[in-house]
Design a protein. Structure first.
Length: 176
């Protein structure tokens, strides 16, 4: 099944359905959102995203509940996925987006999201990372490359960022 883009309304609706699935099991869950979903939900910097990248717990129960939501809603099973969890930093910062009866939804704070986007920095027409980085730099009022490095370095050692990302930051900020 091909994924259709998920709008803010779609994501919120799917989370309400996920909450209902968790309620049936009397399970409380947490979802820590990153990526395009945060840019859609919180910043409205994007109209849609392909999927919802997150760290969630309890993982087994949430994965099964999300699969049931996908089946009932005609969505791909991976609409909610944790493939990005390898990029999470122990220093990551989140805020509560919404508290439902059986599901708490957290969103990555802008500086942490910038650091994650810089770490992946995928380039290509199918990716939004460069546009997302550009947006987050403006949102955070970052005007220089040294300042950008100071924002992202608390989350990951600077050596972990690909050199292409550091050049990209210099290029984006020189153009602003």
């Amino acid at each position: 099944m091909t994924a259709r883009p998920l709008t803010k309304h779609d994501i919120e609706r799917l989370f309400r359905k996920l909450n209902a699935e968790l309620a049936k099991l009397d399970v409380r869950g947490e979802v820590h959102l990153v990526g395009g979903a945060v840019l859609c939900l919180v910043h409205e910097a994007r109209g849609a995203t392909r999927d919802v990248d997150a760290y969630f717990r309890p993982a087994r129960e949430l994965r099964a509940a999300a699969a049931r939501v996908a089946l009932h809603e005609g969505m791909p099973e991976g609409w909610l996925n944790d493939a990005v969890k390898r990029f999470f930093s122990e220093h990551g910062t989140f805020s509560v987006y919404e508290q439902l009866s059986h599901l708490t939804i957290y969103v990555a704070d802008a500086a942490y999201l910038l650091a994650m986007k810089c770490l992946s920095a995928r380039i290509g027409a199918e990716f939004h990372d460069v546009d997302d980085i550009r947006y987050l730099l403006r949102y955070l009022n970052v005007t220089g490359a040294a300042e950008a490095r100071a924002v992202i370095e608390p989350y990951y050692p600077i050596e972990r960022f690909p050199q292409k990302t550091l050049y990209l930051l210099e290029e984006l900020l020189a153009a602003s």
